[in-house]
Design a protein. Sequence first.
Length: 466
Amino acid sequence: MTRHLFTLFLALLLLTSLPGRAQAQLPELGNPVDTVLSPAEERQIGAEVFAQLRARGGVIEDPLLDSYLNDLGIRLMSSASGTRFAPQLIIVDNPMINAFTVPGGYIAIFSGLMLAAENESELAGVVAHEIAHATQRHIAQMVAAQTGNSMTAVAGFIAGILLGAIDPQLGAAVATAGIAGAAQNAINYTRMHEREADRIAIDTLRRADVDPRGMASFFETLQRRAGASPGRQFEFLRTHPMNSERISAIRDRLAGLNADRFGASDSQSFRLARARLAALTGTSGLSLEQPAETYRQAVTAERRGDHDQAVEKLRPLYRDHPGNRWYALPLARALNDTGRTQEADRVLADLISLYPGDSTLLRVEVDWLLDRGDAKTAYRTARQAVEERPKDAEAALTLSRAASAANRPLEHHEQLGRYFLLKDNLVAAHQELETAYTYTADNPRAQARIESTLQEIERRAGQTDE
Ligand SMILES: [Zn+2]
């Protein structure tokens, strides 16, 4: 942990020590918060913080859930007003009902919140609300409002919030270590920020064709449940202060809109995502409709190692919905695990032909080849995907894993560096590419290639500070 935190501070110190900050001028028509935190800096902080969260564990890494939640995030972000960031959403494995936004469009949704949402419109309501905090740059504004904040204080402030959100003890430890006094305050959006986020979220949801009423009903449910059993479980209400006034403001706004033009409140994908999450977190007691309940049982069976039962439950679902990834991927996995590799390969091949260039499928295919001990084919498959899609960060990450298994350290570090670069995590990208460089002694072409990427990173790091 200490090392990770240290990297975060190093990253931020690097930003502050670059020339230019001291002379930074107020841009004539720019946003005043830019002088505290530019969008590019926000991006870097977010990328770095999420990399730390992932490294610490406690994040649910599941290709299907990841792509579901991120597709929802992209849909909402592209309908939001303000500074749009490429959204990055993760699911924190924690039963608390909470969600938070890190600068730069990085949003963490707790598994407890996703399971508490009864339909997609409720989940989307929270995501749209978090997106509004990001696009309105509320954290940067909060930091700007506190006088005398240096970048180090900003770093401490953000690290404290995040660690506190994931693990209260850790958050407190950071604060008491005196790294930054601000950390103790953690995030508390002001009422004004909350009202603004609610208002923008409603517009965003409407533009994205999602019923905005889920947001109001979800907030009401949370407030009612928190009233019945107060405690840390409803952390969301503390970080996003809620009161009946705020809920009536949302209700009033909704009442003034034409309900005939509200979009969908639910989707089959949401129901399957929730069932899958319940299985992966071992959560029982949810009442799920069919086929979500059978799906939950199948994923639970697969997790227990009961592959035959998983196949038995998934086969009919897949037969009725060919091409549905929620069923096909775990079915292929379970078939593989029971030694029915031909049938498994067929299911996966069908999917790949349906979704060419899908990075989730690439990740599964490569993982699978690696599990079978075929690092060579895994490497070749991933290499080809990266050549076809040089901007695909996930493909670069998959290639870096395959390269590591295929004993190619240069490419392992270079692709990891490219992944971080595509995700705007300049510090981590620089680090990986410098490591890659140490493997290029007898490879002048790779040396030149990596050198030019390193220069590009340095140029970009310099620019974020202007
Ligand atoms: Zn909020």
